[in-house]
Design a protein around this ligand. Sequence first.
Ligand code: KIV
Ligand code: ZN
Length: 510
Amino acid sequence: MRRIKIFDTTLRDGEQSPGVALTPDEKLAIAQQLARLGVDVIEAGFPIASQGDFEAVRRIAEEVEGPVIAALARAAKPDIERAAEAIAPAAKKRIHTFIATSPIHMEKKLRLTPDEVVERARWAVAFARGFVDDVEFSAEDAGRSDPDFLVRIFGEAIRAGATVINIPDTVGYQVPWEFAELVGYVIEHTAGAEGVEWSVHCHDDLGMAVANSLAAVRAGATQVECTINGIGERAGNASLEEIVMALYTRRDFFQAETGVNTRELSRASRLVSQLTGMVVPPNKAVVGANAFAHESGIHQDGVIKARETYEIMNAELVGRQAAVLVLGKHSGRHAFRQALQELGYELTDEEIKQLFTRFKAIAERKKTVSAEDLVALIEDERTRAPEHFKLIDLQVHAGTQLTPVATVKVQTPSGEVQEAATGDGPVDAVYRAIARAVEMSPALEAYRIEATTGGTEALGEVAVRLRMGTVVVGGRGVAPDIVEASARAYLDALNKLVAGVGSREVVETP
Ligand code: KIV
Ligand code: ZN
């Protein structure tokens, strides 16, 4: 079996998804889950892009153990210096530097000759090697580059000290047969090819990112770059869970394996969806809500007789089966702590105390608290901004014949403030009342609601995105009542605006 390395770029390319803005705390929570998942490399960010990006990479480098921590840098001195500074605390670190190599990018974007591009690449790799022993070089838009030019630039990068060479299909233009041929050709002809890892990085513009990545593995690639839920620039990147499960399920064909603990895939998917606000379509392979659901009578009959009739993967293998634990209002602190452990969370006594208080309040209003409910609560607690504004009370009057009216009481630094407002719907009324109470009126750019489980008993989980000028923040709230969850999400985002976290400066990203 060949060992294929998984390079996760959810926190860098994934975070470039339109409308996504993660705070350093949220990025750290995702990085910790990626480490639990067992990926080989976490690309933690693009430190030159903003102060927030730099801080997030730095914290991940300080706190996350296991995977190599990589930071992205253009082939330029300030980028490489900033990347090196951000990853310095990591036990295993990599600088990932890149320059475009396709004729259109070199001529129109960089305005450099091919010789100048080769020289910059060589210089950047050598300069990065002055900071770290592990340097990855990417030829941006390799998918539309001349194969012989790639052979030349990769040879120079290897001579300058690159340890990993990446072949990105930046614009998702390739098809599997063609991409496999390109990867095979470049590996065969590049001087020094045998001493480096060969990586691929595919985008999904034509829906072929996963297929192209797998074709590249067959052609000799030893590392695949991908993201949880396939999020990323434009149509996204190759989806990590699909790559990993394809390699596992068809190991007879690929003769390859990864180091990923597949049982952590569902939790990773859920966390990324919750924190980015990017919903996973129900029919998404491996992690979609319907991926293991059987609707037709013929299929149901088959599955009852033998699961393998219609299932090529076991739902438990991807962590889909909710832990059998169910808690209720009579459950004590001990059972609660044990449930958290069963779910794989190592929490401090203080965190458990806070969670237990919220769990009790929810269990009073809801018969049972499921594993999914608990996971939603934990992530909500862990990623919540410091509470500058805090919800004390909320009342809403709404009905088919009524104009919705909301009254809110909010704790602010200058004391308790009560306000009321009407709105187009109950959530609109609540948001207007809160905006009055805190004297802030950001634009609501996105609002999403989901249930933690099926049924009317589920907890409601709301994600919002607010904008004030150029600053964009995300907020989340979880509660048995969807209007309350909406209010919590709105206040969480307002608290982030006040704390100045989660902002996305306008930067040039690759
Ligand atoms: O798509 C791309 O080319 C990239 C590079 C920076 C690897 O994201
Ligand atoms: Zn990319």
